[in-house]
Design a protein around this ligand. Structure first.
Ligand code: GA4
Length: 330
């Protein structure tokens, strides 16, 4: 018998520190297939993470942004530092967030809806910034459209009306969405280590927003955590996108979808470049389970909060902290 609603799984090998007895691979969803809605729901429930193909984002746009980003990160540190420190937007090197997290990574963090992040890097690039910003804008536009399509398919899959219940938050002109470019330089010292310890590129965390859309070059490093706490390496694929369920979507589905814990480990010989769009709601939005999802007497697992409150608290935490814990009803 063929079970159509289960996602296809990619072949992959489990590393020795993985304790998952059986993991079939990263769910792979072909957005052009008629059964993809059920597959998306399934992947969000099981892992909060999946890969999409036939995503509709033009490859030339991805490549153009990749080369702009590579150009930026190849500048002397003193030039890049002019676009920092991240407050939270701007250029950052090794320090992540305001509370002492560090990683083997440099990055550019930009807001997608206002100007300050742009002004900062316009001052170093001069006219070249025009093209960088244009490509970022076009890329974010295309990736947001795909994220909205996925959110609408998820709403259909969950039988939620209206089908833009999630996606309208990303489309709102006040949507508090963020765009991140990460560069993980190779770390040659790793080769000397015989104990096989991982050097952290970006420490384990969940994303606070609704949905995250990640694209990276062909360098490995990304890992996701399964429900039993084991870490699974995600084989890189530069032609596909990886989608994360964020904390806010976990709350809006009253825990039905899981916000995925993930991290990036450094690579000894290859540099890794990733671009991530974090789709968030407007600051004033109340984050609560959608009424149409609450069956019978079902209670919300979470106290009510606005995105502003959640985000404000997030910036008081360390990366690995369980940020939803504070808002869980006991
Ligand atoms: C994780 C997801 C996004 O990259 C991010 C990160 C943010 C930052 O780098 O400024 C945070 C982190 C992220 C969660 C906890 C706080 C805030 C660093 C940090 C320690 C841009 C986001 O929105 O939350």
């Amino acid at each position: 018998m063929v079970v159509l609603s289960k996602p296809a799984f990619e072949h992959f090998s489990i590393t020795k520190n993985c304790t998952a007895a059986f993991f079939p691979g990263i769910p792979l969803v072909d957005l052009s297939k008629p059964d993809s809605k059920a597959q998306l729901v399934n992947a969000c429930e099981e892992f909060g993470f999946f890969k999409v193909v036939n995503h509709g984002v033009p490859i030339h746009l991805i490549k153009e942004l990749e080369s702009e980003a590579a150009r930026f990160f190849s500048l002397p540190l003193s030039d890049k530092a002019k676009a920092g420190p991240p407050d939270p937007f701007g250029y950052g090197d090794k320090r992540i967030g305001p509370n002492g997290d560090v990683g083997w990574v440099e990055y550019l963090l930009l807001t997608t809806n206002t100007q300050p992040g742009y002004q900062k890097f316009a001052s170093i690039f001069g006219e070249a910034a025009e093209n960088f910003r244009r490509v970022v804008n076009e890329y974010v536009f295309a990736v947001r459209r795909m994220a909205c399509e996925i959110l609408e398919m998820l709403a259909d899959g969950l039988k939620i009306q209206p089908r833009n219940a999630f996606s309208k938050l990303l489309m709102d002109e006040k949507s508090d969405s963020v765009f991140r470019l990460n560069h993980y330089p190779p770390c040659p010292q790793l080769q000397d280590q015989s104990n096989g310890r991982n050097l952290i590129g970006f420490g384990e965390h969940t994303d606070p927003q609704i949905i995250s859309v990640l694209r990276s070059n062909n360098t490995s490093g990304l890992q996701i955590s399964l429900k039993d706490g084991s870490w699974i390496p995600v084989p890189p694929d530069q032609n596909s996108f990886f989608i994360n369920v964020g904390d806010s979507l976990q709350v809006m589905t009253n825990g039905r979808f899981k916000s995925v814990r993930h991290r990036v480990v450094a690579n000894s010989s290859k540099s890794r470049l990733s671009m991530i769009y974090f789709g968030g709601p407007p600051l004033s939005e109340k984050i609560a389970p959608l009424p149409s999802l609450m069956e019978g007497e079902e209670d919300s697992l979470y106290k009510e909060f606005t995105w502003f409150e959640y985000k404000n608290n997030a910036y008081k935490t360390r990366l690995a902290d369980n940020r939803l814990g504070l808002f869980e009803k006991i």
